[in-house]
Design a binder for this molecule. Structure first.
Ligand code: FPP
Length: 236
């Protein structure tokens, strides 16, 4: 099977999942966190090398204080306890995003799980938290500008070279999944998705289980990725 190296998921639909069941939105996020736990172990166990997930965008701070607080508390709880399971499976957890505006206890729990799993080699879970794709490019450009001021040579600087200025030096995204029915990228990993295959599904994130993920991997296997070229048959 041709397994994508880097899969990214926009985990949308937690709120609607809860509302449809007559529950509070927060219960949708809790259920989403359980789905993420299972999916990460499944995907990285199948040979996906990096799984990036959109946990909280820079714009999500516009939500009600209650919802933001709930999500931040959920993150702390997950990173402190539930993610031990990831450690046991050899998964390395890393974060992409800005630390500014995040609570001290959230930052501390992020640093702890990063430190605890940093030597692991059985796949990477990259959690995008307080993350924006344009912000990542700006932050990278600022780092590059500093290096230029310090005299690095930028003749022959390539698009591959810019990856080391992003939050984490990860491979380009092969497969981008968005659950919850919307067909937009919402300021997610813009630099890394330039040649991604997109998979949009109406399934709400809490219901996006292993078999749903397998469907997206099957679709991926059957896509003809040309990266701007032409395929082998047309090439003769
Ligand atoms: C979008 O659904 C989802 C979020 C803003 C939060 C994603 C968070 C989780 C899946 C929780 C667990 C994450 C970690 C890293 C432990 P929405 O609220 O926009 O849903 P809606 O479109 O139905 O309102």
């Amino acid at each position: 099977m041709n397994v994508p190296k880097h899969v990214a998921i926009i985990m949308d639909g937690n709120g609607r999942w809860a509302t449809k069941k007559g529950l509070k939105r927060s219960e949708g996020h809790l259920e989403g966190s359980k789905t993420l736990e299972k999916l990460a172990i499944h995907a990285l166990g199948m040979g996906v090398e990096v799984l990036s997930v959109y946990a909280f965008s820079t714009d999500n701070f516009k939500r009600s204080k209650d919802e933001v607080d709930y999500l931040m508390n959920l993150f702390v709880k997950m990173f402190k306890t539930k993610f031990d399971k990831f450690n046991k499976k050899g998964i390395k957890v890393m974060f992409s995003g800005r630390k500014i505006n995040l609570r001290e206890d959230v930052i501390k729990s992020m640093e702890e799980i990063e430190e605890k799993t940093k030597e692991n080699t059985s796949g990477i879970l990259n959690i995008c938290l307080n993350y924006g794709g344009q912000e990542e490019i700006i932050d990278g450009a600022i780092k590059l500008a500093k290096d230029i001021n310090n005299g690095i040579d930028i003749n022959n600087f390539t698009r591959e070279d810019f990856y080391k200025y992003l939050y984490n030096e990860l491979p380009p995204i092969d497969l981008l999944i968005r659950t919850g029915g919307e067909q937009r990228v919402s300021n997610f990993m813009l630099y890394q998705m330039s040649y991604s295959e997109f998979y949009f599904t109406n399934t709400l994130f809490p219901d996006f289980d292993k078999s749903e993920l397998n469907k997206s991997l099957f679709m991926y296997e059957n896509r003809d990725r040309r990266f701007g070229g032409i395929n082998d048959i047309e090439n003769g």
